[in-house]
Ligand binder design. Sequence first.
Ligand SMILES: [Zn+2]
Length: 263
Amino acid sequence: MWPVIAGALVLAIGAGIYVGIVIARRVETGKWEMPAPGEVVEIVLPPEPPGPSKVIFLEKAPVTITPGQDDAPRGVSSVVQHYHPDGPVKLPGWKGSAASWKKLVACVQKLFAPFDVVVTDQRPAHDDYVFVPVGGKPADIGGKKKSVAGLAPFHGGVINRPVVFAFAGAMRHQVQPTCETIGMEVAHAYGLDHAYLCSDVMTYLKPCGAKKFVDKDVPCGEHKKRACHGGAPTQNSYRALLGVLGPKPAPSTPAPPAKSTKK
Ligand SMILES: [Zn+2]
């Protein structure tokens, strides 16, 4: 049975800048509970380059991540800055089977299929991507709570070149929960809040079937409804991602063959 994924959104308010750490929490006891408060961090954000990163890079190899402002190609993470500011951390990488890894990549690709973004497990040749080291446990980056399944930086808008964590080791390298954790955490880095809808990737509610980014205006919230980050009464996770990323371009079709003309 898949463990249940849940999570919490904890926000810090400081100097007019809202930054938070988003925590997806796996609750194996079957009890629904909020993570303890206090996982907050305030980050002063420098001006960011325009536009969201259009590549999501899933890394299965062991990695070393250093603390600082998010910089995916250089392996710098504000989440690590929060949990382990003294220096680099090491993550062991994916320890599941090669077949499971293939399924995981395909699962994440399916989640993001409607949008103009590429999900790959090959390191991009350019610098502008979302970096997702897959594997390890929260303790590897200094997190104290074993039940945390993933972590992402969050401020309600697009974070460029973010480093997003999916602690596959805490999910026994099961494909579906790891896939859905990656979906939620990456979407947080694109600015999405938690959706109060059990079928949505962004939910903390007990899942009700396969999750996707649902095209429906719903309240935000973890275990009860609340206004969304920024004050809107609802969020539509599908439309929100469309707004950030745009729709997947139609596949280029070969030019129709020229009609032969009879003379
Ligand atoms: Zn979350």
